[in-house]
Write a protein that binds this ligand. Sequence first.
Ligand code: GLC
Length: 589
Amino acid sequence: MSGVSTVPGPDAARPTPEPTPDPAIDAAVAPLEVAPGAGREWWRSAVVYQVVLRSFADGDGDGVGDVAGLRSRLGHLHDLGVDAVWVNPWYASPMVDAGYDVADYRAIDPAYGTLEEAEALVREAHALGMRVLLDVVPNHTSDQHAWFRAALAGDEAARARYLFRPGRGAHGELPPNDWESCFRGPAWTRTRTPDGEPGEWYLHMFAPEQPDLDWSSREVAEEMLDVLRFWFDRGVDGFRVDVAHGLVKAPGLPDAEGRDRRTQEHPGWDQDEVHDVWREWRALADTYDPPRVFVAEAWPARRTERLPLYLRPDELHTAFEFEPLHVAWRARPWRDVVDRSLAMGELTGAPCAWVLTNHDVVRQATRYARSQWEVKGTNETERARWPTEVPDLALGRRRARAAVVLTAALPGVLYVYLGEELGLDEVEDIPAERRVDPIHRRSGGTDPGRDGSRVPLPWSGDAPPFGFSPPMTADGSPGAAPWLPQPARWAALTAQAQDGDPASTLSLYRRLLALRRERLAGAGPLRWLDAPSPDVLALAREGTDLQCWVNLGDGPAALPEGCRVLVSSGPVEGGVLPADTAAWVVVGA
Ligand code: GLC
């Protein structure tokens, strides 16, 4: 791992980390309560790195990433130049849905470490000038949560915290309504009474192991507020809020009558009363100093009308801009996405939170490696193309590099998903028996699911586990293989192989994020510039001399005369921007 560099901060108050802390030495780190940097508005322009803990780095050699592994690699994130780390759910969980099935919101899963280690991680990240966001899952618990176990055992108070209903049909043999789970199949599972008779049904918008909570219960609301307090009091700077448009269901749980939750109003999603929850959460976050922050994962139907409601000044601070996950690599659709998102920002005052990929979608190097949809695809349609269309990964990587040069130039927050900075592609050939995503299982094996974007990172060396795990465990036995198989081709993409290579994707990300801090801190709104071709996007940021040029066409395009290239996604020579290339330039300097 390379050393900790001193990248200038986005605001003058950002401290230079000094002395260089060794994550192993707790004495060198800041007190728990002190968050780094004094800029209270840091969340408006930050770069946030998403960590899937089990895939980032394994500290103890069991083949599963953990808190110790993350602590040992914080220097990588600091050198990359990120402002914050978002850790996917790390709570005690049976891991049916990668930890989005929480059994205990106040405990770290033993496979990941201990609460003490988690607290040390927060301190160490702060000492390096990075904030820490966690992931809160308020819509549902695990079926192994103490509440749900008590509910199944017949405890009436516990049952009232979930959505148990009698079935329809003469003997209650039909689900209470026609809702479908996001992971396929009915959103209801029938229970047995403690004496073994067929009983009521319970609602689960995701897997059956993820029963939905009943948010009309005050106990549920109080418990989640207390969970937030638990982590805020440990110095955590904020939360990514899982399915923030869920939680509240229409009274009486009426049938959806075939309405598609993604595009049409649906009684299971995006109910007006959910905003009462966010107002209460915001009020709590604002009692802290510095105030804690939220980013919503929300995908309401009628997004442009409904998403802004979540971003009212007394609700959630930001919401992911998900359109880039599905937009074709084409100039017009990209420009439309940017315009729509910025218009939403103008309406709410909330910054856009740009994401090119995450743990739920196909990695961008692979998405861009196949022919580009003229209409928006979905995750399912994207994965359905795998068997029929061979990906051109060199092309996909070129486009992915250009895409980050574009998104890093946009106003707002930038999310970077683990391994994106290494240019990793989707692993499509994981054997079926190794796949663990419930989407794969529940589709009867027809949909490969999301595992391909969650394969453990390659850090060093020429062969798996590529430094992901130590060669030996503490008791001297050989380390286990990574929990998902890594492809041999990743030997060329390890962090070690890319470190120091100026042409590598890692070097591009480092340079880009450093320049973003240097040049775009405090930059004004975006202004589109005239471009020589409809396949080229050109933009400037008010108050700076920086321009971003992106060529999404098939042929070369001329850059402005006499411009100086600060950073580019690929080679730029003679004032010509090749196809699938983007550059930040200054003109007349
Ligand atoms: C969110 C998460 C996803 C998870 C689901 C259920 O969409 O991003 O990974 O499966 O919620 O919690």
